[in-house]
Each structure stands twice: as structure tokens, then as C-alpha cells.
Design a protein around this ligand. Structure first.
Ligand SMILES: C[S@@+](CC[C@H](N)C(=O)[O-])C[C@H]1O[C@@H](n2cnc3c(N)ncnc32)[C@H](O)[C@@H]1O
Ligand SMILES: Nc1nc2[nH]cc(C(=O)O)c2c(=O)[nH]1
Ligand code: SF4
Ligand SMILES: [Mg+2]
Length: 245
């Protein structure tokens, strides 16, 4: 890169920011990189409102301050971790996520983006981890009429999800299953997305070992029968449902 372009980028990194609810180092608990020590960046704010969201402080009641892209890159460089997980909230909502990912990739970091896959954004990463939301994740219409409507309108743009997968070095599709009633929709989405079974991860909805154990009794065999991969949410096993883990 030319010196002038580099300094423009440096200025941009100082002036562009993301609202961050938390950053922490932990082991990736979900999907194909399970066990990998990673630096997590959790943006605050989401365009959906799943009733079961395990990080309401980044969706329903977004918390956190703006942090410059430069300061985020610096914090990550200060850690000895080579994998970064950009999550939220919805990390594709703010356009500033693009610059963060560009700068991290230039520095050789491996980037996973955890997204619900509803925002059409050109962004480069190593693993696009898309978690499409079923109709059953929609919040209660009586309690949250506006969010219920928006969730339903926004949750399943198949073309957008396909573009996100095409742009990335690798991808995985990670479903949150709350009950047997989700299984037919899961299969319909897999067929619409046209993804191979080994890219599909089936994860139980739950934030306790008891919920995960209960779901595993029926969901694990169903997952194996269909050639999909089972995702046990190892962070709950390792740390419990604790913020910053
Ligand atoms: C908090 S979300 C943030 C990223 C993005 N908004 C999304 O939903 O993919 C991170 C991951 O946690 C999953 N998740 C959220 N709440 C959950 C719950 N109660 N049980 C299981 N998985 C959950 C999401 O589906 C997603 O894979
Ligand atoms: N350990 C750990 N692994 C994770 N994988 C995806 C997470 C997320 O919230 O996006 C997450 C998380 O919050 N913690
Ligand atoms: S899309 Fe992700 S962050 Fe947003 S409410 Fe649903 S689980 Fe939470
Ligand atoms: Mg999480």
C-alpha cells in the first residue's frame, strides 16, 4: 500500500468507531473452530430480537461505548491470540465492521464473523458463521408487536446469506433449534441455501447444561441421521452462561 493510502487508512481507523458491548479472550465454543483460543469483539445493537437471545445486553438493551477501530486493532495486537471472532448483537449492521476486518486480515489474523445473515454487506473474512433464524425465534406479538413484525420481515433473506457465504474463504450454517417443530424449517432452509450437509451445524437453544443435555437426547441422533454436525455450545460446559466467556 502507498504511504498516502496508509495514512488515510490510519486516520480513518482513528475516526471510525464501533459500539462495543464487550471484548474478551476465550475459547471458541461453537462450530468448526471449537476449542480455538480467540479474541471476541461483541458489537452492540441488533436488527432482530430473538426471544431467546443469550446476549440481551447487545440486542434488546444494547450497552457499551463507541471504540475506535484503531483502539480495537491495538487491543487485539496486545493479546497473543491469532483468531478473532466478530460477533454481537449483529456485527454486519455497522459499516465500520468492514474496516476492522480489513485491517485485521492485513495483519494476518483469522477472522470469524458470527451473524444472523440478514445484512447485505461486502466484507471479507475467513469463516462466515451464519445462524439463520427460524419463525419460532420471533418475539411474542402481543408483548413486542413492532419487533415481532420486523423480525419476521428481516430474518430470512436467502440471497443475502448466499452472497455472504460466497464472499468468504469458508462458511458454516449454524441453526439454533428450540424444539422438534423447527426441524422441517431447518431442512427447507438448507435446501434453499443449497449448502452441503457437512457445513450445517445443529445447536440446541439453551444456556444451561440441563437444557443442553435434555435437547441432546433427541437432537443429537436426528442430526447424525441427516449427516449434519452437532454443536454442543461448549462455552456453557466450560464456563457456565457467564458474560465475557
Ligand atoms: C448472540 S448471537 C450474535 C450474532 C448474530 N446476531 C447471530 O444471531 O448469529 C451469537 C450466537 O449465539 C446464538 N444464540 C443466541 N442465543 C442463543 C440461545 N439462547 N441458545 C443457543 N444459541 C443462541 C446465535 O444463534 C448465534 O449463533
Ligand atoms: N466461548 C464463546 N464462543 C462463542 N462462539 C460464538 C459466540 C457468540 O456469542 O457469538 C461465543 C461466545 O460468546 N463465547
Ligand atoms: S440475531 Fe443474534 S444478537 Fe440479535 S437477537 Fe437474535 S441471537 Fe440475539
Ligand atoms: Mg455467545
Amino acid at each position: 500500500m502507498q504511504a498516502s493510502t496508509e495514512s488515510t487508512r490510519g486516520t480513518l481507523a482513528e475516526t471510525s468507531s464501533l459500539r462495543i458491548s464487550e471484548t474478551f479472550v476465550s475459547r471458541q465454543g461453537e462450530g468448526e473452530l471449537t476449542g480455538t483460543n480467540s479474541f471476541f469483539v461483541r458489537t452492540s445493537g441488533c436488527n432482530l430480537r430473538c426471544w431467546f437471545c443469550d446476549t440481551p445486553y447487545a440486542s434488546w438493551r444494547p450497552e457499551g461505548d463507541q471504540m475506535s477501530i484503531a483502539s480495537l486493532v491495538e487491543s487485539i495486537s496486545d493479546s497473543d491470540v491469532r483468531h478473532v471472532v466478530l460477533t454481537g448483537g449483529e456485527p454486519l449492521l455497522p459499516k465500520e465492521s468492514v474496516l476492522l476486518c480489513e485491517m485485521l486480515r492485513e495483519r494476518g489474523y483469522h477472522i470469524t464473523i458470527e451473524t444472523a445473515g440478514t445484512i447485505d454487506r461486502q466484507i471479507a473474512c475467513d469463516l462466515m458463521s451464519i445462524s439463520p433464524k427460524f419463525r419460532t425465534s420471533t418475539p411474542d406479538a402481543d408483548q413486542h408487536p413492532r419487533w415481532s413484525e420486523l423480525h419476521e420481515q428481516r430474518r430470512m433473506p436467502i440471497g443475502t446469506m448466499q452472497r455472504l457465504m460466497e464472499q468468504s474463504v469458508d462458511y458454516q450454517v449454524k441453526f439454533v433449534v428450540d424444539g422438534e417443530r423447527d426441524l422441517q424449517e431447518l431442512q427447507e432452509i438448507v435446501s434453499q441455501l443449497d449448502v452441503p450437509a457437512d457445513k450445517v451445524w445443529v445447536m440446541p437453544q439453551g444456556i444451561s447444561n440441563e437444557e443442553l443435555d435434555q435437547a441432546a437426547t433427541w437432537l443429537r441422533p436426528w442430526t447424525a441421521e441427516h449427516g449434519f454436525q452437532y454443536c454442543d455450545r461448549m462455552q456453557i460446559r466450560w464456563y457456565g452462561n457467564r458474560r465475557g466467556t
